[in-house]
Design a protein around this ligand. Structure first.
Ligand code: SF4
Length: 456
């Protein structure tokens, strides 16, 4: 996120980052601009572990950016926390990046001199931008020249001295929205940040757009863009907060519609519908409404255990599953249970939950999943990197059901998912479901050949 304001921004960035803490738990960082100089602090851990009041007071400025890290490439250490910084003759620069670039390897192999020493994909953006700033006629041109050379998923906030910019890749894969406050502008990955800051939602940053975010005005510049967007379907299914309004659709409503569709696609006679908390709650509410089966909170979540899916190490993830939730015996004993969750990745969490429900006395456990089977990796900002990790890889649905120990298993169809998101198929990325990606990835199928159009 980033803020440009006529009053100090550091505390507001700190609070905003807490709102989107679910997007990354490995590291946090804030940078503020003062003239040509940028001050920053970053470190490993949750936002409130990295920043205390004293630390926040050392960062003074009316323009700044902040980031919480969830790594998909590079090292899973605090060293690669954002913002990533560089010094140029035109002033300091700092960049925060949500997403993942796909052409780092080709840039490293000789296209960019010195690139063999560069670390994460975001460091490529920073290094190229630092070079472009030395020769380009102004920061905007430097940013557009930089972005013309990188490919993949990126929502960026960029500080160049005390100037703030935001940019979204030509497919708008990751989210980014713009809000107007009384004393300035804010850009953030999710709209609940705007709600917290009492900012009025202006709009989503468009595909292939750079926005110069001023204190009084936000000016738009368009880069080459694609005819079709490719918003990540997984943001709707799992990753975003349910109260986020994402590219025109409220995520909670999408998840509720997913649940309704699941109930139509996979009917079963049952006594109760139970969500896997918290990720399956809205899906289960929709399923319950459509099927008429009572919704009960049959699994109690330990609120102090982080989301297992984005804990960085497998061992930690497994421990997280054991700590995470416990069945309520009186709600499941002798019942036919429909258990609803957003998605299945490895299947380890689901297998354990089913086992726990049976131990608590459930008569039948039927699994309903609000996302079609994930069988292909994501190269665009979600940490799902190998086909081998997916339980659905090489297995039919009935085989998966057997493996996790379910009485029946039903996945939402791709058609049902698209309908629930309420955007046309050619505006969504479905790469991890179909194996066809919106950008060229080595060894993978391209969804369609596209030509970038429109350049100013
Ligand atoms: S491949 Fe899947 S997770 Fe990755 S951007 Fe596309 S839809 Fe999202």
């Amino acid at each position: 996120m980033g803020i440009n304001s006529s009053s100090p921004v550091t505390r507001r960035i700190f609070l905003g980052l807490k709102v989107i803490q679910h997007r990354g738990q490995e590291a946090a960082g804030i940078a503020v601009g003062n003239g040509l100089k940028i001050d920053h602090f970053k470190g490993g851990g949750l936002v409130h572990e990295v920043f205390d009041t004293k630390r926040l007071e050392t960062l003074k400025g009316n323009v700044g950016i902040g980031h919480i890290r969830y790594s998909t490439t590079g090292m899973k250490t605090a060293d690669e926390a954002h913002p990533i910084l560089a010094t140029t003759s035109k002033g300091d620069i700092a960049v925060c990046h949500n997403g993942e670039l796909v052409n780092v390897k080709s840039m490293r192999e000789g296209v960019e001199k010195d690139a063999s020493e560069w670390g994460s994909d975001t460091e490529f953006v920073v290094r190229i931008l630092a070079k472009e700033l030395e020769t380009a006629p102004g920061p905007l041109r430097a940013i557009s020249r930089t972005l013309a050379r990188v490919k993949g998923a990126y929502s960026l906030v960029i500080l160049i001295g005390d100037k703030l910019f935001a940019a979204r890749d030509p497919h708008a894969i990751r989210p980014l929205c713009l809000g107007k406050m009384e004393d300035g502008y804010v850009v953030a990955s999710e709209t609940p940040v705007l709600d917290l800051l009492e900012a009025e939602f202006v709009r989503d940053v468009k595909a292939g757009e750079i926005v110069e975010v001023g204190k009084k005005i936000a000016r738009s510049f368009e880069m080459p863009r694609n005819k079709y967007t490719a918003h990540c379907m997984f943001e709707y299914v799992y990753f975003s907060r349910p109260d986020n309004c994402l590219d025109g659709s409220l995520v909670y409503d999408v998840r509720r519609r997913i649940g309704e569709t699941l109930a139509k696609e996979h009917k079963i006679k049952a006594d109760v519908v139970i969500p896997v908390p918290d990720s399956g709650r809205a899906h289960a509410a929709g399923y319950s409404m459509e099927s008429g089966t009572p919704f009960v909170e049959g699994l109690i979540k330990n609120r102090f255990v982080e989301r297992t899916f984005i804990l960085p190490e497998q061992k930690e993830r497994e421990m997280g599953v054991l700590l995470k939730m416990n069945p309520v015996k009186s709600l499941v004993e002798d019942k036919r249970v429909v258990l609803v969750d957003d998605s299945i990745i490895r299947g380890t969490t689901m297998t354990r939950i089913i086992g726990n429900l049976r131990r608590a006395g459930a008569k039948e456990v039927h699994i309903r999943i609000g996302c079609p089977p994930i069988r292909h990796p994501c190269y665009l900002g979600i940490d799902m990197k190998t086909r081998e990790q997916f339980i659905a890889n090489g297995r039919k649905v009935n085989q998966i059901g057997k493996k996790i120990g379910a009485d029946s298993l039903g996945y939402l169809s791709i058609k049902g998912l698209i309908k629930a998101i309420a955007l046309p198929e050619d505006r969504l990325c479905l790469g991890c479901l179909t194996g066809e990606y919106p950008v060229e990835v080595d060894g993978e199928k391209l969804r369609r050949q596209e030509k970038l159009e429109g350049f100013s």
